[in-house]
Every structure is written in structure tokens, then in C-alpha cells.
Design a binder for this molecule. Sequence first.
Ligand code: AMP
Length: 207
Amino acid sequence: MDLILFGPPGAGKGTQAKRLVAAHGIPQISTGDLMRAERKSGSELGKRFDEYMSQGKLVPDAMVIELMEKRLTQDDAKDGAIFDGFPRTVAQAEALDSLLAKLGRKIDKVVVIDVAREEIVERVTGRRLCEETGREYHIRYNPPPPGVKVTQRGDDTEETAHKRYDTFEQNTLPVLPHYEAKGLVAKVNGVGALDEVTTRIEAVLPS
Ligand code: AMP
């Protein structure tokens, strides 16, 4: 199964993707995570990603598509993937269609995780990450246990949260009609307990 988790930054795509990985035996592919790993390595490419990421701007399509092509052809993704934070533009959606077509596959479902802007800003600014385990916490809703060392993503400020939401509305929302025309889109309410949201997502996935 090839599944897109779609929604504004901070909707819970990453958290929900991780929960679906075990149940469906396919990997999560997050372009944001791939870029953060590249940035952490200190490579030239990572520095170029950072110029855009630190400002809440989209990384240019050609760079993102190249990154995806490399990732998608790795062995663990041969039976499908959960795309998280990709595609974010119509050009990326079209590139994904043709990458998948080359592999004899297509997108099976696009699940929109629906969360309003005010809620997003609150979530994003409280988000914390344990770099050792990759686990995500929230200072109010899911505080890290004592002794767990957490950091805040540099792009998780209120200003950048608004900017990323603006970018989502301007560049990423127009991706939806591309998949709506194919009858692939299902919307779920992204507000509620993590388990509740997972159940809502599972309910709309193809059997
Ligand atoms: P995320 O972790 O998905 O919230 O992504 C963090 C940042 O990485 C975004 O604000 C963008 O700067 C960049 N990014 C991640 N995925 C993409 C993508 N598909 N297209 C363009 N930029 C991306």
C-alpha cells in the first residue's frame, strides 16, 4: 500500500505515520526527517536544505524529488510506503505519480489529517524531540518523563509555525484536487487522543 498522510505541519502526520508502520509493515518516508538527517551530517546538501527549512520555506522541488527518488528505491519500500510531508506541491505530486508508476505502483489513499491553525500553533510551539530515541513529546499534552533529554526543533517557533501554515495553504492545499479527481481523498478529524486519531485513519484505509 502506498499512502499519503496529508495535513498542515504539526497536524500529527509523523506521529500517526509511526503508529501505522508496525501495523502495515511498510516504512514511513518523511522528507522533513530525511532533510534533518542530512543537515545533521553537516553536508553541503544539508546546509542548502537549512537555508529554506529555518525560514519555514519549501525546499525547491528538484532537490526534494531527487531525495525521494533515492529513498523510494531502497529495499524496505518495495511493498509500499507511508508518505509524510510529501508531496507538498503539485509538481511533487506529479513526480511521485511517475516514480511510483515506474515501480508498477500508485497511490492507494490520501488521508487528510484536519487540524485548525490555532490548534497547530499551540501544538508546534510545545513540541519537543528526544534525539536519542526519535520520540516526540509535547510540554503540555505528552510531557517527556523525568531524565529524558529533549530538544526543540529550530523551526518550531510561533512565527515559523504561522509561516509554515501559510505555505501549506498556498502551496500544499492545491495538491488535494489532484488526488480528489482520482477519488482517493479521505478526511479525518485530527483533534483528539492519539489512539482516537489512529482509529479514524485505519477506518478509511483500503482493506
Ligand atoms: P516537516 O518535518 O515535514 O514539517 O518539514 C520541515 C521543513 O522541511 C519544511 O518546513 C520545509 O522547509 C522542508 N520540507 C520537508 N518536506 C518538504 C517537501 N516535501 N517539499 C519542500 N520542503 C520540504
